[in-house]
Ligand binder design. Structure first.
Ligand code: PMP
Length: 612
């Protein structure tokens, strides 16, 4: 068997080099994620969004795991086109081209546009992918001081003749948290006959109208040569795009070596990106939450006189020495927060820092707690005085009743669960987030479980037509969206966080909510465990198997199956054989449902073990 490290001399050299990194205190290693995420660039909190995950899953089933060839050699699929069109439309560009990573997109844009006959003016704090891209162009490269138009002007003035001049910048900087003065750079580009290449990695989804980036609302005239967008930040996926004129995109097919000679982006990634673009574009509410949290944390840290940089959701706290940055990061992480130290060579020596990234889905309480921990750690105090995740409100306790069909007894099962919680002495609330038709399930549950109507808020969405949610919404000239229902549900839950919340779906599990979302998306958004209700008689096996499979595929936590109707031991046996660990209960259909009937049944069938 061939040995990989056949040369002991080479191994010794590698170990020697590694020991030099270690001696300089700059060893690196990979760590699995731990703690509440204040590190990733998931600004809008989309990386686990059920619609995005579901789009990727469907693409896997439709197109397979990959299309293992370059896009130019049969690797190109319709889903790539869709992602590119969605991006071009969002950025109001003639065209866009998808790459497996933002790094490759930067390489391609730079090398297709610039060559040895050109001059490139590059911000001193540009990302490594831009620096390496500039090197690959073989163009003369001049570095100007970070975000400094007067330094750029002086370099442009002194520059010799060239075929083309390019100014290469990022619209928002990931280690500084600040933004480029793009309008002034655009004026300089006009004045000195130069073109801008703008990396929008940390601006897309965050800045500009509909989150379309830092360049969007600026008049560049014809001076904007290319915009590069990454999919691995606010979009929560991975990959990258170059967006620009049609000729630029066509030229990339010829000269973008990191496009031409690489395997096509996976269909799942392209589909996830297409869904993420749609959500980010419509994500004004997420953006305003992101900026509320950002302001909250910035105020807190500034009031404590910490040296914070920039203005956006990336909040670098400057600490100077590498040791101090490491100490502060590890003190904070001991409390359950994931905040990382940033050290040379990523940032200049003497400017080591911790880098905190706010997300739209951080709660005000977690921001407050993190802020206190950072302040104490930066002051050299051991941040233990209450500044820990233990101080945060408890996670909501939710249990949702879903069905294989409509009219099968979900409401009675909900009432039984509410009653069981009451018997166990737990505060409990009932909510049917979406109600179609004029049946008043909320009233029925209040009556059967004998709870005060104040303990069961009205549905968030009420649609009079007794039909699927999408059809009932269309007939009421409206559209229901999972994100909005999930947010309003969470708001209600947060008002009584100590209670167990029993939620009930409207109709069957996969009933569509709109043209692309169904009730399983709502359950995923709420991260709720599920009780599945099915009918007991003939024909239930297929419905039950299909629904259980759908729940399992989506990663939803199925707590129990309840079969409503006449007892059918054969069905229970078949289901139990297939799902030996799943609790399966049978519930008769009573001629008259009453609180007493519920109580009698509960005496023989305690349900407390199902409650979260
Ligand atoms: N540009 C900037 C400014 C970045 O921060 C990054 C990633 N950190 C990239 C480009 C590269 O993107 P990707 O991770 O998709 O390769």
């Amino acid at each position: 068997m061939p040995s990989i490290s056949s040369s002991t001399t080479l191994q010794a050299q590698l170990l020697d080099e590694l020991s030099r990194w270690e001696l300089a205190g700059r060893s690196r290693a990979l760590h699995l994620p731990a703690g509440l995420d204040f590190t990733t660039n998931d600004y809008l909190g989309l990386s686990n969004h059920p619609t995005i995950v579901e789009s990727a899953r469907r693409a896997l089933l439709q197109w397979g795991a990959g299309s293992p060839a370059s896009r130019l050699l049969r690797g190109h699929l319709e889903i790539h086109d869709r992602a590119e069109k969605a991006m071009a439309e969002w950025l109001d560009a003639q065209a866009a081209l998808l790459f497996p990573s933002g790094w490759q997109a930067n390489q391609a844009a730079l090398t297709a546009l610039a060559s040895s006959e050109d001059i490139v003016f590059s911000d001193e704090l540009n990302h490594a992918s831009l620096i390496d891209g500039c090197r690959l162009t073989k163009a003369v490269t001049r570095i100007f001081s970070h975000n400094d138009p007067s330094d750029l002007r002086s370099l442009l003035t002194k520059a010799g003749p060239a075929r083309r001049r390019f100014i290469v910048v990022e619209s928002a900087y990931s280690m500084e948290g600040d933004r480029a003065p793009l309008e002034t750079f655009a004026e300089l580009a006009h004045e000195f006959d130069a073109y801008l290449i703008v990396d929008e990695a940390h601006a897309i989804g965050v800045y500009g109208s509909s989150g379309s980036g830092g360049c969007q609302d600026i008049d560049f005239g014809d001076r904007l040569a290319a915009r590069i967008v990454t999919g691995g930040k606010a979009l929560g996926v991975c990959g990258g795009f170059v967006a620009g004129s049609r000729p630029l995109i066509d030229l990339l097919l010829h000269r973008g070596r990191s496009f031409v000679f690489t395997t096509a982006t996976s269909p799942a990634t392209a589909a996830a990106l297409t869904a993420a673009i749609r959500l980010a574009r419509a994500g004004d509410e997420r953006r305003s939450r992101l900026f509320e949290r950002t302001q909250q944390l910035r105020h807190l840290l500034a009031a404590a006189h910490l040296k914070i940089l920039g203005s956006g959701p990336i909040i670098p706290v400057l600490l100077g020495s590498e040791t101090r940055a490491l100490e502060v990061a590890s003190a904070i992480s001991r409390l359950g927060f994931d905040v990382r130290a940033i050290r040379p060579p990523t940032v200049p020596p003497g400017t080591s820092r911790i880098r905190i990234v706010c997300h739209a889905d951080h709660t005000p309480e977690s921001i407050e707690t993190l802020g206190r921990a950072v302040i104490e750690a930066c002051r050299g105090e051991s941040p233990s005085s209450g500044a820990s995740l233990q101080g945060l409100p408890p996670l909501p306790r939710i249990l949702t009743v879903a069905g294989t069909d409509t009219e099968i007894g979900k409401t009675v099962v909900s009432a039984l669960l509410v009653r069981a919680a009451q018997k166990a002495g737990q505060p409990v609330r009932y909510l049917k987030p979406i109600q179609t038709g004029t049946d008043l399930d909320t009233e029925t549950v209040c009556r059967l479980a004998e709870i005060d109507s104040a303990h069961s808020p009205k549905p968030i969405v009420e649609l009079p037509l007794p039909a699927s949610i999408d059809q009932a919404a269309r007939s009421a000239n409206t559209r229901v969206e999972v994100e909005s229902v999930a947010r309003q549900t969470t708001n209600l839950i947060q008002k009584v966080p100590e209670a167990l919340w029993i939620l009930e779906c409207a109709g069957g599990l996969l009933v569509p909510i709109n043209e692309s979302e169904d009730q399983s998306h709502l359950l995923l958004s709420l991260q709720t465990p599920v009780i599945l209700v099915a009918r007991s008689g003939l024909g239930t096996l297929n419905h039950s198997f299909l629904s259980i499979e759908a729940l399992q595929h989506r990663g939803l936590d199925l707590r129990a199956l309840i079969l409503v109707g006449d007892a059918h031991p054969g069905n229970v046996h078949s289901l139990q054989t297939r799902f030996p660990d799943l609790p399966i209960l049978e519930l008769p259909r009573w001629p008259e449902v009453s609180p007493q009937a519920l109580d009698r049944w509960l005496t023989d069938h305690p349900l407390e073990f199902l409650l979260p």
